[in-house]
Ligand binder design. Sequence first.
Ligand SMILES: [Ca+2]
Length: 399
Amino acid sequence: MRRMLRKTRRPLFAVAIVVLLALSSIAVFIPPGGSERNPGTNSTNPGNTGNKTSQVKIVGKQIPAGYVMGNPVDIELKTGMSVLLIENANQKVSIRFTARFSGEAAMVVVNAMASNGRPQARIGLQEDTAGLPKGEWMSGNGFGTAQIPSRKGFIAVGLQKAVSISKGKVYHIVIEAGETPLNGSIAVLAYMANALVQPLNNEDPDILSPDAAINTLFYSGGAWRQEDEWPIYVVKYSDGKSEGQPYSLAAPWVIHSRTYIGQTVIPASNYKIGKVAFVLSLKGQPKDKLYYEIRDSSNNTLAKGVFAEASQLTTWKTWIEVTLDQPVTFKAGELYRVVLLSPGTDLENAYRVYGHEFSYDPSLGYGGLQHQLVTSHDGGSMWVESEDSDTIFKLTTTV
Ligand SMILES: [Ca+2]
């Protein structure tokens, strides 16, 4: 058995984008389907992969019945990404987060682009004072500078001096003009709405890690304003650890004919699944229902059934949850694929399932590399995991 870890890259933002100006921030709406992931032609990829033993962290917790596992971050279901604009030397953006680790932070990463000109940014770490950045760089010079490129992407900035971070404390990554006057403007990307979580839970990779402080803030020159947007960031420590919210896009994948989409899960503990939920929408008028299957690492089907009828769905995104006829036991360290399929459809009349992708570091996304979005292009014979992506889904445990 061979294991395929190749990342299937797809075009980003091949879409018409409607830009709305709202105060200092710009909301970029991506119309439904506009950026859909349409993997389509990957037939050369081997699949049917066995257990992945590397990267697997098993914690062996007892999970109570009724517990919700998964990655239910559905914050961006109706809209798109948001952009906060730094247009002059008075304006700043802050990414607020609760530290998951204690250590020496040596580098910070944000997602940004120059909306015009060739601006230089100063990016670094500040302590928190009553929810706001303290106004001074940690360690005196716990910041770095970066020329912001015109293309959207991740910008990693080494700090002039590493700063000491304490687990459980709140910090701010502050982004501001690195020159006066600012030579252009800096667009810092975030999600349209906030999710009070970090995707990777180091203690239990099967569930998200709560973070009541996580947010994006904007300073117009007068006062800080909380934007209630999920930030995109990574903090890298000098000992090699990293933490953050590394996804930079929520997007749809199309389920049609022989293309099946779902989530591969290698549980960190033993539990029984009673309910499964995904976020779905319609594309055109599919002539078949949407079905689910749960398969094991040998591609045996453990459970299957109808997941949704076309009449339950619209082009708007919505949660659909089904109760399994019989609970399915998930064992720690084994590989399971929870997948959706609709063989009697075509590309234009199909179902969409939603997920997050384009992460700076997939090991920081939901479940790390233990849990990944999975695709089959041949009706479920071969499976290809996408390490950069995770579906938006829930698994509810039962007795
Ligand atoms: Ca993942």
